[in-house]
Design a binder for this molecule. Structure first.
Ligand SMILES: [Fe+2]
Length: 340
């Protein structure tokens, strides 16, 4: 390991009951530029570890109170330090034990100081790259989380912007997003796909910003031209979003949310499985929410009307499996906000 000035850095703890070994190793370690503590046995070694940040412990395998292997096991369970075990020619041990207890390396006595320092440096450098890897991973995760939160925030802001222009349907997209996420989870979609579908649902009417506000708010029947303008919201939403490289097919889901299973929907007249599953879920949730929830200009048409609409049109306009899950959730009273 090297510090920012390019000098070797690292804190080593030598544990041996023989003073001559401690002295020799400490000298070699210090001459190599590392900081060094010594301990005459496992008990004082653990005390040193409690009070200092140690990178590597070099422990004799044979000590009076506790073996080096037992000490390695305790160190690996309580501290971050790596362990190198020193073994004697005549010591009774097996290498598997040493490795299993978490030691990073071992060295045979009598220790040749040059070889010892080389091994020590290798353990330190592996340790440094492991730390760097872990840090890079956690930075990456942090950045991903930040990015995801920013994306949620942006999508939410877009959703609020659409609904500010169209107060008659305030909260509609949020409620639809909640429904699609529940149904998708129930249908076993991955958490990632559910997240994407939730984002798409929150802004599924984004294209309505291109429809004149007067038409959106117009009570009563619409002329054919006005209806065509409203229908164009799916294509506009798609056009606004298609340039953004979302990790999910947000633009396509929105483009397809008025397609119907029998091909009678718009804008492309897609049929059955030509329509993305996410769009099939969104279309059911969209219709259900529109019928079952209150609007400022009218009370709810009623949960029963919404149930009838789905039941009558399952397999015709709406995906049968999606409707089945939807109706089961209604039956289980999982959408209490629509219980009226
Ligand atoms: Fe729509």
């Amino acid at each position: 390991m090297t510090d920012t000035t390019g000098k070797e850095s690292g804190t080593i703890l030598v544990v041996d009951d023989e003073e001559s070994i401690r002295t020799m190793l400490r000298l070699g370690i210090k001459l190599s530029g590392f900081q060094c503590f010594v301990a005459d046995g496992p008990i004082s070694a653990l005390q040193t570890l409690d009070q200092n940040d140690v990178d590597v412990v070099v422990a004799d395998i044979k000590m009076p109170d506790m073996s080096g292997i037992e000490l390695a096991r305790i160190i690996k369970s309580r501290y971050e330090a790596d362990v190198i075990i020193m073994t004697g020619y005549v010591d009774d041990f097996n290498y598997e034990d040493i490795v299993q207890q978490g030691a990073s390396d071992f060295i045979q006595k009598p220790v040749r100081i040059a070889e010892f320092i080389a091994r020590l440096k290798r353990v330190l450098s592996e340790r440094a790259s492991k730390t760097a890897r872990l840090k890079a991973l956690s930075d990456l995760k942090l950045n991903l989380d930040k990015l995801q939160r920013a994306m949620e925030g942006i999508v939410h802001a877009m959703s609020v912007a659409v609904e500010m222009r169209d107060p008659y349907t305030a909260g509609h997209q949020q409620r639809v997003a909640h429904l699609t996420a529940m149904v998708a989870r129930e249908m076993g979609l991955s958490e990632d796909d559910i997240f994407g579908l939730r984002m798409a649902s929150e802004i599924h009417d984004l294209g309505k910003i291109t429809v004149p506000a007067g038409i959106l708010a117009k009570p009563g029947r619409l002329s054919e031209l006005e209806y065509e303008l409203i229908k164009s919201h799916v294509r506009s939403g798609y056009d606004i979003l298609k340039q953004i490289e979302f990790p999910w097919p947000l633009a396509e889901i929105i483009l397809q949310h008025h397609e119907r299973m029998d091909g009678s929907g718009y804008p492309q007249g897609l049929k059955g499985s030509e329509i993305l599953l996410q769009a099939r879920i969104l279309s059911v949730a969209d219709v259900f929410e529109t019928i079952a929830s209150h609007r400022p200009y009218r009370p709810s048409l009623g949960l029963q009307r919404a149930i009838d609409e789905l039941t009558d049109n399952k397999g015709i306009l709406f995906d049968e499996d999606v409707v089945a899950v939807f109706l089961r959730l209604v039956e289980e009273k999982r959408f209490p906000e629509f219980d009226n």
